[in-house]
Design a protein around this ligand. Sequence first.
Ligand code: SF4
Length: 280
Amino acid sequence: MRTINVTQITKTIKEMCIEANHYLTPDMKKALENAADNEKTPLGKQILNQLQENLKIAGDDMIPICQDTGMAVIFMEIGQDVHFEGGTLEDAINEGVRQGYTDGFLRKSVVKDPLIRENTKDNTPAIIHYEITAGEHVKITVAPKGFGSENMSRVFMLKPADGIDGVKDVILTAVKDAGPNACPPMVVGVGIGGTFEKCALMAKKALTRPINEHSDISYIKELEEELLDKINRTGIGPGGLGGTTTALAVNINTYPTHIAGLPVAVNICCHVNRHAVRIL
Ligand code: SF4
């Protein structure tokens, strides 16, 4: 049994909130570079170059990549041989978010009540997903999520008879409906199977997969490639102003489901597909 004091969780999450809002992961940076090289339209190329310049300024001058510094979505993968001491894990995580967004001068975007809408002024509470894994390590993923693209995300409860063509249709429908509102080029996270909530969670987690990695299920890998090609033929383009780069990747996760259903969730992320990952 390994003991971790929750102050270590707070300190780590604080640092990760700041890191994720100023630097993209190497796979995202590389994908944006490749997109600028391969974009066919001059305007699209110009926008993709501006996004790279913006990224450089963010890192060099410590200015957030985007003014919408997101709601802090946190995946905690906790080894079952870990014991936390010094307070509750949930409080420690939210304290990390509070310190990260306050000390890092990040925009506070969370309202306490969804209808009364009073800002909590410290970007808490976070959205926390816990998973128990084997071993004695804790893997933390902090993924601040902007709501321009979050608002364009969808869940479709398809019938089994809709099949793979139905799945392709709804993913393309979600992307076309999102259009410029999702600040393209997008990363498209998809969850297929499970239940209503499970497919949404899979779609969210799919956004944290390195975008140069495919599903290890061969037909899903082909589906990811086919959909990326189809999305990039929609012409939505960088910034929604037309072009051949509408998405940088389609990441699909799957799970067993019920004989009577075929749930599909599409969680769209903008070009600021932020996440920081650490293992304690
Ligand atoms: S969707 Fe992304 S790029 Fe657009 S405003 Fe929100 S965080 Fe920024």
